[in-house]
Design a protein around this ligand. Structure first.
Ligand code: C2E
Ligand code: CA
Ligand code: CA
Ligand code: CA
Length: 279
């Protein structure tokens, strides 16, 4: 690299190159993992706060890299999104999750609904809806047993991109829709509408330390009351402690998901958990 006055610029470009090399390496490894369908699915249950029954179970992608070990979704999803590979990863995860849920369903194991995360780039694929319907049909899972978790900003990405129409089509087939990370995006109350969505997921940042933080507890209470008034159900994310569970129960929140109930589990563990939990 050309040196333009002093060492700081070359240091900067060095760091930048390192970063780029890293990303290229990661992209290369992601491509291999896609071709081998090496992405795994973990499952984390969502339970009713009033009676402990299972309302749903969320599928979360996991990637065990041969040399680097587990890489968190937060570390590879942004890279995959940038190189246009997220849609392929998403389909691997969704297909694996649906096929597992179909097995639970056939075995009579209660799991409520399987919830899968879907990003904007996945939804924007022209054939996303037909992929979803084909996958459900091949696996033999009724559409009513599936729900899609979508962040607010994607729901807001409305008529122009055709996403709203696609979501209506998917929902008309019986699949449920949920607003993920509620409260962190550009919440437009016009989308908190029972004609468009079935459930709100209150983001973890409002749930953690809810008992110590007066503002958080007011926010969760307000969201819960809003949703109840509209006939939309609610799940609180990321409850880690008994104290947080107690506060959520006192507020009257429907359901909860978090380490205090169960960590995300690989499929055999998830199945055991569901079986042990059955009434
Ligand atoms: P998310 O959809 O908000 O998922 C919840 C995250 O919170 C998960 O992180 C989960 O492991 C974590 N979590 C659950 N309970 C607790 C708790 O009590 N305390 C704390 N601190 N964390 C908790 P994870 O698995 O690392 O996933 C991160 C994000 O990556 C997800 O956030 C979602 O946005 C994205 N993601 C994960 N899997 C998929 C996927 O298959 N497709 C797509 N498009 N995105 C995914
Ligand atoms: Ca989610
Ligand atoms: Ca979330
Ligand atoms: Ca999130």
């Amino acid at each position: 690299a050309k040196k333009v006055g002093g060492g700081s610029l070359s240091f900067f470009s060095e760091a930048l190159r390192h970063e780029l090399d890293n990303r290229k390496q990661l992209e290369h490894d992601i491509r291999i993992a896609i071709s081998e369908k090496a992405f795994q699915v973990y499952f984390q249950p969502q339970v009713s706060l009033s009676d402990g029954t299972i309302g749903g179970i969320e599928a979360l992608v996991r990637w065990k890299h041969a040399e680097r070990g587990m890489i968190a979704p937060g570390d590879f999803i942004p890279v995959a999104e940038k190189c246009g590979l997220m849609a392929e990863i998403g389909r691997i995860v969704i297909a694996k999750a649906i096929s597992e849920a179909a097995e639970w369903n056939r075995a009579g194991i209660a799991f409520g609904r399987l919830a899968v995360n879907v990003s904007g780039t996945e939804l924007r694929q022209p054939d996303f809806d037909s992929f979803l319907f084909d996958t459900l049909e091949k696996a033999g899972l009724p559409p009513e047993k599936l729900s899609l978790e979508i962040v607010e900003s994607v729901i807001l990405d409305d008529e122009k991109t055709g996403i709203a129409a696609k979501l209506r089509h998917i929902r008309a087939a019986g699949v449920h829709l949920e607003l993920d990370d509620f409260g962190t995006g550009y919440a437009s109350l016009s989308h908190v509408n029972p004609n468009e969505i079935d459930r709100l997921k209150i983001d973890r940042r409002f749930v953690q330390n809810i008992n110590e933080n007066g503002d958080n507890s007011k926010i969760v209470r307000a969201i819960t009351e809003l949703a109840r008034g509209l006939g939309i159900s609610i799940v609180a994310e990321g409850a880690e402690t008994e104290a947080e569970l107690d506060s959520l129960m006192a507020i009257g929140c429907d359901q909860v998901q978090g380490y205090s109930i169960a960590f995300p589990m690989p499929q055999d563990k998830a199945r055991e958990w569901l079986v042990a939990r059955a009434p």
